[in-house]
Design a protein around this ligand. Sequence first.
Ligand code: GLN
Length: 193
Amino acid sequence: MKIGVFALQGAFAEHSAMLHRLGVESREIRQRADMNDSFDGFILPGGESTVMRKLLLELGLQQPLSEQLDHGVPIFGTCAGLLLLAKQVENGPTCLSRMDIAAKRNAYGRQLGSFTTVAPFAGIDSIPMTFIRAPYISRTFGAAQPLAEVNGKIVAAQQGNMLVTAFHPELTADTRVHAYFLDMVRRAAQKAS
Ligand code: GLN
């Protein structure tokens, strides 16, 4: 199994480290040629969604990634990655427009810009959640299913092979959300073979 971690900006190194801890091979994707490799799944990290969007477009990465997603290759987007996958974004541009979620960018305002909490995540139990100038999901529609809520707001969702969290599991010591994603990747690979 090999996971491609988009390493354009933001918290990509922490995702690579988490995958390493879980014994999974990963490779950082920085330019279009890196997409010639074959990947079983992708991670779009947190950072600044407008900058990441610009880089994805300028580096010609959006199209090859979209093709992989068309083929059903799983993807995990955290925070800014969630915004890049959303079909609707309040206070920001859309990018890949793949998931049936409406997201509110910088939803917690300045005061609550960053915080940590513990809340239940469907199928896992309670997990620590670190939010940094995070979005939340104002609603899911179509095929997207909420997986976690904090203060009445959806902060994680799944739609088929796509998983998003408004928080940063890669910044905690808890590996369970990544393990959840890797299960999705394993199941997708089994289905394809
Ligand atoms: N506020 C950032 C954005 O709009 C997201 C923050 C994050 O990824 N930690 O892209």
